[in-house]
Design a protein around this ligand. Structure first.
Ligand code: NAG
Ligand code: NAG
Ligand code: NAG
Ligand code: NAG
Length: 918
């Protein structure tokens, strides 16, 4: 709540995003946050109002489920429930080694298969629904994750009341909408990041990526001041891995990049730099769960093995239940020395009962070599940054697995004393909160603390040209820039280079991923050179090429652009002209279309003035060259005609850069992305349609039940006729028959129409019942209002008469008092007639006059009275001439007129006031 105050919105004339969604997509669960001006900054709740959403997708027949609905199916339909998909992102099917494959196939329930046309991983549902309307029952990992991200997006959009922007974050010119930031483990390789990004694209998102350590650091920095630099180690142990991120915080003057501050304003900012990171992909909460699960399975097998049809480890449902149980037991053991485990009918209807002690659990972890692996990331991060624990201000726990005593012990054993552990930091949601703030830090419209966060890059990236040594383009450590420009002079042909991870990175750090990332080919240079040659320009110009390489999203590398620059050789004009006059009739500017940046012609031509030999030709050339860009094409045409008027102009030509991914998994192609996101979109629309239909059917069913009950309720019977109740009962049973036989085919609107047909029979009777409740109050209010109004009238008349006699101004005119009287009389007659009529009716008839109408008339009388009473007495003019009183008619006028204006003015506020009175 306090943080919400930090975020405000400036009214700028052009707006990028109006909010940022943070998604912390974890192996076991994901969290979603939203920062949007006007809303409290908080996590977005799941459908069942939880702050954490299991990272799961499942199918029950043809219905797709998410979150806990999906996770709960794991034990019943393990083959149709997909968990832990994050572990497979970016991996090739071959690289899923036996151990990982086993672990993941247990988690994912189903079989892993290669994706169509790609070596990445897909899953296949165990249940084959050939009539599945969504298409095949195979899903790529990107699709599985994409569906969950799409679910996260839906939740965030519902909370924000606004949609996510479908373009890259921060695109100027988009109005409103939400940006998205997704966390990644810092150790994610380019392939994994690409897969995560592709998954987001399938879900219609164009997110920024941020490492979870950096996100947690942003969250940490928001509420703190750093008068001197501080270093903190974010130790994050989650379900999927453990990582330690070393971050430096400082306060520095930075260039204000607000769209509102023109010029070079300096601004004080908190600068966040990720210095280094350590990690272990195996040291995870999940690994502990699996260890415990296998232990429990072993106990069960020992106890009941002889009675089992199949060993318990070969019974997927039992193993899925044990995995859930293991997770529960692990949590208990975090706070207790022992835990009892109890699973009813685990396998072959045999109950499982056992006790596990923390000592047993820890020795299992020791034996598996897991314990020390939990501490190693902290050691690695410090070593990488060449720092010791004494250089660190504190260690901050992030992630659920840090609550496991064995993990804390491992950190202690790695040399982190307890005194260094920061207390009172909300670690569970640090990353997801920080992710949204990280996104907001790029948008000057969020009036929050100025933060410059430089995420970390654990893998230095090198560029290698043929025959040359690799050149580091993105060094490891803090990401200072996401873009490098390479300049090439003396380019004589198409060329290529490789972008790779630095060979010095040990393979163990890359897990099963390769060092090689991309082969890049810069093409079309040959064509353009040939064109220059043909025009005879080749000797007069310098050729240079520049290639821009970006890391956007962070950690994914791509060539953003390549340009060839053609520039006149300095001082070469004499030669240039000579060659110019020698050029034959072939001087056709072939690449006119590419000359979009040929703006520097005028400059170049200016130099021709110095060349005395240039005489008439130069003058003409100068004139031509000074023509503005728009006339350039016609100018070129003139050149073609006259044959003798061309000089090469400076220009930049966009080149084609082809990047060929070299990792074993290639990114999804545009067509594959489109197909996947269409498929997901269709499934989403179908799911929404189905949900709306189901809702309509549920409402109808409930209404039919209610109709059946209501006809037996005493009050309802009193207020209705037998024939009416019979009609309701008949309708209800007609609808219920219809539901039983035809509901399957019925769409939402026919379900709603059916409900309306029953409502039209019940609602009039409910109205009668309501009237019975409100009637007496209305009668009383009306009678009171009439009495008071009449009393007022009498008094007003007396005062008016008195004023007339005294010849002074009166508050009232005779006409308005008469008018009021008439109104009151008319109301009374209407009321008395109504009451007479009502007396003839019984409770099961509709009422003669409705309470609402009675109240309206009472209110009107009160309003009129109140308005007149509130009026000020007009100033009395001293009688000017004789004592003769002015004719009453005239006297009436000013009194009546002046207040009338006031009446109009007061009309509106009056209403509200009168309302309170009732
Ligand atoms: C796989 O490749 C073949 C041949 O190139 C193509 O026809 C097919 O559409 C591709 N399938 C997918 C799912 O992209
Ligand atoms: C390439 O040229 C640009 C612009 O002249 C310059 O800023 C940049 O430093 C150059 N890069 C290299 C690697 O020389
Ligand atoms: C390099 O190319 C970019 C376009 O990506 C251009 O803006 C820039 O001026 C070029 N730099 C040089 C040195 O030519
Ligand atoms: C009539 O005059 C008396 C005395 O001036 C005043 O108190 C009273 O409110 C007036 N009544 C009305 C209805 O204006």
């Amino acid at each position: 709540m306090m943080l919400a105050a930090l975020v405000g919105l400036l009214c700028a004339s052009f707006v990028t995003a109006m909010g940022v969604v943070g998604i912390d997509y974890g192996t076991e669960s994901m969290k979603v946050s939203l920062v949007k001006p006007g809303l409290p900054f908080d996590v977005v709740l799941s459908r069942d109002s939880k702050r954490k959403i299991p990272s799961a997708v499942a199918w029950k027949m043809q219905e797709r489920l998410y979150g806990s609905d999906a996770a709960n199916l794991a034990t019943r339909y393990p083959g149709d429930t997909f968990l832990g998909a994050k572990l497979l992102l970016g991996r090739s099917i071959e690289s899923v080694d036996d151990q990982a494959r086993l672990r993941q196939s247990e988690l994912l329930g189903s079989q892993l298969i290669p994706s169509v046309n790609r070596s990445s991983v897909s899953v296949k549902r165990e249940t084959d629904y050939t009539i599945n309307k969504e298409g095949s029952d195979e899903y790529t990992v990107e699709e599985l994750v994409g569906m969950q991200l799409s679910h996260a997006r839906t939740l965030a959009e519902e909370t924000a009341g606004e949609e996510v922007i479908r373009t890259f974050p921060g695109s100027v010119g988009t109005f409103g909408g939400l940006d998205v930031v997704i966390t990644t483990p810092i150790f994610y390789t380019a392939a994994e990041r690409q897969a995560l990004f592709d998954a987001a694209s399938v879900a219609g998102l164009r997110p920024k990526l941020v490492s979870d350590g950096a996100a947690a650091a942003v969250n940490f920095a928001l509420t703190r001041q750093f008068t001197k630099p501080e270093r903190h180690l974010f130790f994050d142990s989650g379900a999927g891995s453990t990582r330690a991120t070393l971050v430096e915080f400082s306060t520095k003057q930075v260039q204000a990049d607000s769209i509102l501050s023109i010029g070079s304003t300096q601004k004080e900012a908190t600068v966040i730099q990720v210095l280094s990171a350590g990690w272990d992909r195996q040291a995870s909460g999940l690994a502990l769960d699996i260890l415990l699960r296998d232990h429990l399975a072993g106990l069960f097998q020992t106890q009941h093995g002889s009675k089992l049809a199949k060993p318990v480890k070969d019974q997927p449902r039992a193993m899925a239940r044990l995995l859930k149980e293991a997770n529960r037991v692990k949590h208990i053991l975090s706070a207790n020395a022992d835990a009892s485990s109890n699973v009813e009918g685990l396998a072959d209807d045999i109950d499982f009962r056992a006790k596990v002690t923390r000592d047993e659990f820890e020795s299992l972890a020791d034996k598996a070599g897991l314990r020390s692996r939990f501490g190693q990331p902290a050691t690695d991060a410090l070593k990488e940054a060449k720092l010791t624990i004494n250089d660190i201000d504190s260690v901050i726990y992030v992630g659920g697995t840090t609550r496991v005593p064995l993990v804390q012990a491992a950190l202690r054993e790695a040399g982190v004393p307890d005194a260094k552990i920061a207390q009172n930091v909300n670690a569970d949601e640090a990353a997801v909160m920080g992710a949204a703030f990280y996104g907001a830090s790029f948008n000057p419209q969020f009036r929050m603390k100025t933060i410059r966060a430089h995420d970390g890059n654990p893998y230095p990236v090198v560029l290698t040209e043929e025959g040359k040594k690799p050149d580091v383009i993105f060094p490891g450590g803090s990401f200072e820039t996401t873009q490098v420009v390479r300049n090439y002079t003396d380019t004589t042909s198409n060329f290529g280079f490789q972008i790779d991870y630095d060979a010095a990175i040990p393979q163990a750090k890359l897990d099963t991923f390769e060092h090689r990332l991309y082969d890049v080919e810069i093409q079309e240079i040959n064509n353009h050179l040939a064109g220059l040659k043909e025009r005879g320009e080749i000797d007069q110009v310098d050729i240079s090429v520049n290639v821009t390489i970006t890391s956007r999203p962070l950690g994914v590398y791509a060539v953003e652009s390549a340009f060839m620059h053609v520039k006149q050789k300095p001082g070469g004009i004499a030669g240039a002209l000579k060659s110019f006059f020698n050029v034959g009739s072939n001087a056709v500017a072939e690449d006119v279309d590419d000359d979009d940046e040929a703006a520097e012609g005028a400059d170049a031509a200016a130099t021709t003035e110095d060349a005395d030999a240039a005489a008439e030709g130069a003058a003409d050339t100068k004139k031509d060259a000074e023509g503005d860009e728009t006339s350039e094409k016609s100018e070129k045409k003139d050149v073609k005609k006259k044959n003798k008027k061309a000089l090469p102009t400076d220009r930049s030509i966009r080149l084609l850069a082809r990047s060929i991914p070299r990792g074993s998994v290639r990114p999804m192609s545009g067509a594959e992305l489109k197909a996947a996101s269409d498929r997901l979109y269709v499934a989403d629309v179908e799911a929404r349609r189905k949900a709306a239909r189901e809702e309509a059917q549920n409402v109808l069913e409930a209404y039919i039940y209610r109709a059946r009950d209501i006809v037996h309720e005493t009050r309802f019977i009193e207020s209705s006729k037998a024939s009416e109740r019979e009609a309701i009962t008949a309708k209800a049973s007609e609808l219920s028959d219809w539901l039983a036989s035809q509901a399957e085919e019925a769409d939402t609107s026919s379900l709603k129409l059916k409900r309306a047909s029953l409502e039209s029979l019940i609602q009039p009777i409910e109205k009668r019942m309501r009237e019975q409740g409100t009637r007496q109050g209305s009668l009383d209010r009306f009678t009171r209002a009439q009495a008071e109004a009449r009393e007022f009238l009498q008094e007003a008349r007396t005062n008016l008469t008195k004023a007339l006699e005294e010849g002074v101004a009166s508050k009232y005119s005779l006409a308005e008092l008469d008018g009021f009287q008439t109104q009151l009389d008319k109301d009374l007659t209407w009321f008395q007639d109504g009451e007479k009529e009502q007396a003839k009716r019984s409770k099961d008839d509709d009422v003669a006059i409705k309470s609402d109408d009675i109240d309206r008339r009472a209110k009107k009388a009160r309003d009129t009275m109140a308005r007149m009473l509130k009026r000020r007495i007009p100033k009395t003019r001293p009688p000017k001439k004789s004592k003769a009183p002015p004719p009453p008619a005239k006297e009436d006028k000013p009194a009546a007129e002046e207040p009338k204006k006031k009446e109009e003015n007061e009309e509106k506020p009056k209403k509200g006031h009168a309302h309170e009175e009732l």
